[in-house]
Design a protein. Structure first.
Length: 168
């Protein structure tokens, strides 16, 4: 990815935390990338207060960062009782997010260990990065079809299946 960030990019950053939660690494990366001239879309976990297919893009106070809030039209508990169905339905949610963004996505950078999206290819991004920040249960383990896997802990990396992708 050397030289990749040398020009303005559209980046979809998938977070397991909401934008208004206490700032952790994902928030810091989003802010820094926005300040460097990239357009960052910070994708929060789904809004579970109501069902629906709404995807809303809201400006944040951070330069270059917009927040993506979305609803899902099915019960979230499906994730725990019919994982295959949940993943299939979430794969249909990804293109709705892409349409709401309204511009080609250069990079999808996924920090979500909860595996909301198990196939990053659904975002039609030029590049796909999975960045696990916690151990993943072996029965849920997935590299999400990422082209690059980043982590700050070898144990997190070890919890992923072999996938033939670059890992750092």
């Amino acid at each position: 990815m050397e030289g990749f960030f040398g020009q303005p990019r559209t980046i979809l950053l998938i977070s397991p935390q909401r934008w208004d939660a206490p700032a952790v690494s994902k928030h810091h990366y989003a802010r820094l990338l926005g300040e460097q001239g990239h357009h960052v879309f910070f994708v929060e976990p789904p809004d579970l207060a109501a069902r629906g297919t709404t995807v809303a893009i809201e400006r944040s106070v951070a330069t270059g960062v917009d927040v993506v809030r979305y609803r899902i039209p099915f019960p979230y508990r499906t994730k725990f009782h019919a994982r295959w169905l949940f993943q299939s339905l979430m794969n249909r949610t990804a293109p709705r997010i892409v349409r709401a963004v309204g511009e080609p996505i250069d990079l999808v950078w996924d920090f979500d260990d909860n595996l909301l999206f198990n196939d990053l290819r659904r975002f039609s991004a030029g590049r796909r990065v999975f960045h696990p920040v916690d151990n993943i249960a072996p029965e849920l383990s997935s590299a999400k079809h990422a082209q690059l896997i980043l982590s700050n802990n070898e144990a997190y990396m070890a919890s992923l299946p072999p996938c033939g992708r670059a890992r750092y």
